[in-house]
Design a protein around this ligand. Structure first.
Ligand SMILES: [Fe+2]
Ligand SMILES: [Fe+2]
Length: 482
């Protein structure tokens, strides 16, 4: 045993037994004795960050359908998922420290809401990117850093800990956002939005900063883009790489389940089905925006699923990359998200989603079958993609059973309800053609030829002639009622 310990405690510098760091290394003794916020001050800051993440989550999910750029739809999905997770942990921390009512459902300062309302109503992708990634996220990051610096890491350790984890992901989101701004926002765009960006700064300053630590400037703020309240836009838009969005000319499932067709070409259809899932975040956005008053766990689960579906789309993109197939030659129809978002209620949309996902659980017609096709094709990438896709769908079917089934009744009733609603959105195949929205052209032969080049094989004449459409058959191979 070290004799200095037996002789008494050294105070300068204070040391633990045999030189071990005191206080588990969270603080030096000097820091611990002189740093910290009251519980009240800590709770107030957590509530501000909680509210800001909640508003950011709502902005990111709301703007997925109307933002044309595919990569941004994907980024908004991930960043919304980050926000949803941290909203939950920050809310929980408040409930650990305080008795109800917690005041988590109300804005902590009205001008904080003006700040976020303005970003929600941003009239262009450029303004939206600057609002989210040049204004809101840097303010969230500052608030997290300040709280971590100001609070006592020992006394308020649970707060310190959740801030660290949140900071990690918020910095990731910010890093991506900075690249998005560099790629998509010109100096001219920024100059044109200067006045608005100053308005955002002033709104935040008038609220005492995002975390309320600065003195309020008490300035009266005139709303600009949110002067007329924001109206949610449910119509999906895609960037110029996505052509012919009404095209339902190639029935992927009819090929996938045809026992006479070998597995390898079916991997193209698997990748098509994955990348087509861009339409799921586009659709789930409208559920998240229009369903109000649910517990946060609902929004958290649904946002997790929304992000998973975005991942599925990108898994398809990876698949096409691996086959050296130019996916811009493929029309990824948006008729599902368009139909559901504009023709059905949020409850019907969720039931359709559940019907599809629960319908993918049986062994012979669902996700396991898709995985087996990929395995049989001896393509390890396709197999891995389908393996994870299947795993995700198990969670999604469970999310459906937890949240939408009890709203409707039994599982059988929920599936019948979703089934009927889905068919109602699918009766326009001929009309889209008559209206000149699409010719439902058959994109398959061209794409199949590209993949054959990669596989170094001659295209099969019968497969080149594949020509099954969605005219009378849904993606689950049931007949479309007309
Ligand atoms: Fe999916
Ligand atoms: Fe899913």
């Amino acid at each position: 045993m070290n004799s200095t310990h037996a002789a008494g405690l050294p105070f300068h510098p204070y040391r633990g037994y045999a030189g071990l760091p005191p206080l588990v290394g969270l603080h030096t003794m000097e820091e611990a004795a002189t740093t910290g916020l009251t519980v009240s001050a800590s709770v107030e800051r957590i509530k501000r960050i909680h509210w800001s993440l909640r508003r950011l989550h709502s902005i990111l999910t709301a703007r997925i359908p109307g933002t044309p750029v595919y990569e941004l739809k994907m980024a908004f999905s991930l960043h919304a998922y980050f926000c949803a997770e941290h909203v939950a942990t920050f809310a929980q921390r408040v409930t650990e420290m305080r008795q109800p009512p917690y005041g988590l459902e109300v804005p902590p300062h009205p001008l904080l809401d003006v700040f976020f309302d303005e970003i929600l109503a941003a009239p262009s992708t450029e303004a939206l990117l600057l609002g989210i990634y040049d204004q809101a996220l840097p303010a969230v990051v500052r608030a997290l850093e300040n709280l971590m610096a100001d609070t006592n890491r020992l006394f308020d350790h649970p707060t310190y800990r959740i801030c660290r984890f949140a900071l990690l992901e918020m910095q990731d989101a910010l890093g991506y956002g900075e690249q998005a701004i560099a790629a998509l926002v010109s100096e001219n765009d920024r100059t044109g939005l200067n006045e608005w960006l100053t308005l955002l700064d002033r709104s935040l300053a008038a609220a005492g900063g995002l975390d309320g630590c600065k003195p309020n400037t008490e300035e009266m703020i005139q709303r600009q883009f949110s002067a007329i309240p924001y109206v949610y836009d449910p119509v999906p838009r895609r960037d110029e790489r996505f052509k012919d969005p009404f095209n339902m000319g190639v029935n992927a499932e009819a090929m996938l389940f045809d026992p006479d067709i070998p597995p390898l070409p079916k991997t193209i259809m698997l990748y098509f089905k994955r990348m087509r899932e861009i339409d799921v975040p586009e659709m789930m956005s409208s559920i998240l925006f229009e369903v109000t008053g649910k517990p946060w766990d609902y929004y958290r689960d649904m946002t997790r699923q929304l992000w998973d579906e975005a991942r599925h789309a990108m898994m398809g993109e990876v698949g096409f990359y691996s086959l050296e197939v130019d996916w811009t030659a493929i029309p990824f129809n948006f008729t599902w998200s368009l139909g559901l978002n504009t023709m059905l209620t949020p409850r019907e949309r969720h039931a359709v989603l559940f019907t599809i996902e629960q319908g993918l659980m049986p062994k012979k017609v669902g996700k396991e079958y898709e995985w087996e096709v990929a395995l049989a094709a001896s393509d390890p990438l396709a197999a891995m993609i389908q393996d994870y896709d299947w795993a995700d769908e198990i969670l999604h079917a469970r999310i459906g059973r937890e949240w939408i089934v009890p709203e409707i009744g039994s599982q059988v009733e929920a599936m019948a309800y979703g089934d009927q609603a889905w068919s109602r959105t699918l009766v326009d195949w001929k009309k889209w053609k008559e209206d000149g929205l699409t010719s439902h052209c058959n994109w398959w032969p061209e794409v199949y030829k590209q993949a054959c080049k990669h596989w170094a094989i001659e295209p099969d004449a019968e497969l080149l002639a594949y020509n099954a459409t969605y005219e009378g058959t849904r993606a689950d191979l049931k007949n479309v009622a007309s």
